[in-house]
Design a protein around this ligand. Sequence first.
Ligand SMILES: Cc1ncc(C[n+]2csc(CCOP(=O)(O)OP(=O)(O)O)c2C)c(N)n1
Length: 611
Amino acid sequence: MDVKDIKAPGFLKEYGVSECEALAEDIRRFLIDTLAGTGGHFSSNLGVVELTIALHKHFDSPHDKLVFDVGHQGYVHKILTGRAEQFDTLRKTDGLSGFLKRAESEHDVYEAGHSSTSVAASAGMLFAKGHADIGHVVAIIGDGALQSGVALEALNFLGHYPQHQPIIVLNDNEMSIGENVGMLSKLLTNVRMRRGYRRIRRRARSLVPNRFRNFTSRIERRVKGFLTGYTYFESVGYDYFGPIDGHDFKQLFKAFEVAKRNDRPTVIHVRTVKGKGYTPAEKDKQGVWHGVSGFEKANGRLKTGGLTYSNLAADYMLNRLDSGKDAYVVTPAMVPGSKLMDFKEKHPDRLIDTGIAEATALTMAGSLAMQGVDVFLTVYSTFLQRAYDQLLHDVARHGAPVVIGVDRSGLVGADGDTHQGIYDLPMTLHIPNLTIAHPKNPEEFVRIMNYAFDHCDGPFLVRYSKETCEYSADVVNTQESYPPGWMEERQGRDATVIAFGTIVEELSEIFAHRGLDVRLLNARYLKPLDEKTLSTIDPEVPLVVHEESTLQGGFGSAVADYFLERPAPRIVRLGFTDTYVEHGSRNTLLRRYGLDAKSVADTVEALIDAA
Ligand SMILES: Cc1ncc(C[n+]2csc(CCOP(=O)(O)OP(=O)(O)O)c2C)c(N)n1
């Protein structure tokens, strides 16, 4: 079947096992062929081909609600709901989103991008049942996402309402992005190692008298519980069925029929193989096939970009340990994304992976630093949102000297609105005790890190973007440090521009190229504000403040606040205004929002002309 002909999932109702198997093969081939070119979330989607087909066969989407956790594994769902045709635009500007999007399809009933929300989202739908026409509600959640407190508290809460009959499909591939961590993953391993569900069911049936052989009967559940042991899920109020083979349609069909008929909260534990059907992805234990930029299908060679600030941060920490200084690196489930594979290999006892547990990572890292240990916590800007309270209440209030790398600050490109790193500045600038920096290049990054570790005795945030950067071992090894304060990149009389990050060098070049007489200040420290330099700004000429961040409560606002009680220049703040920024190429989006170097230069020129 050409999967591009699929318009809606209804046809699956007529499909038997062999037709579903053939369809699974077609979908897998389509995914491998397409994603080799477009890139995207790869191995998670190959792992859920049969599972997603079976879900759409047994449930009536969108009346029955399929709530995919994160949504990065929703490509098969997109194909079955008529979007294969648009896959060549996947994650591109104005193209198909890499996550579920309500605007794309009525079958996308909930959107995410951050993990572990599916159970609480399902709870909302279940509580709405008396008000809206809602059928079954099914949360499809991975074993990585399940370990987050966000999922666990919802699971615990919802188990308390047996009348709502949630169905939780646990997609267990023994991996988060990479290796899974934590005791829950050990518990699942133990459950996996027990004899399969079907054998248990046969055994249970032989122990139960005929007239009680209704699958959902309390007696059978108890007998099964006795045979499988008392699982975590049962302890928080769910009937647990599994583990079943998530690539075997017969087992999936049976399990979903059971789930539909069961009159209590239900967990179906499905085992899948991440990357199923493409050998390099199946073999990958590090997680490099989780999200790809493209690859050569014939030999499995991954397309790689150049080095990024994530590499630089990891290399900096490696170099620190190699030069005899001790430190821990903490990551909430992002070893591959934060380029910590080498560090993990060389210093496994100095790498702490908390799993998808940003809040725990922050509090733990702060407390660890308070004991006199050097700690570098690296977290994506977008995921730091999960830990605002821990940053404010635990880390900053204590003055805990933890260095926090805020990776992927600014636009992130293909992942889109759920992942943009444009909210951390308004979220952190007002927090007392924090120092916040954003280097313009690798040389500055290293000097700022040196200051953070060797001279600062409070909590320190270093922001850096997803962009590529070039650096040598000498740069990483620099011993010099930059204390708080700004840098005058360029003198000028007709206007002042304050900016930070990689755009600083671009602005410097373009101002020179256009012959503009503009003063350019590199605000490599965003907090504390450099009031000494601010006091030198000419109030008679326009002041432009640029940030690749949301404006409300941001850096430009902090600068404007400074001038509230002083003779003020005309201030123009450039950033994102009260919005979510869609997916697409970073350069295209910056241009669209008037934030690339050329647009900034145009704005500055217009202001000078108007003055
Ligand atoms: C709050 C949050 N932290 C981190 C991530 C990054 N992330 C995306 S998918 C993923 C792993 C999810 O593992 P699992 O739920 O087992 O799904 P799988 O991809 O293995 O199917 C992580 C850590 C995220 N999306 N949200």
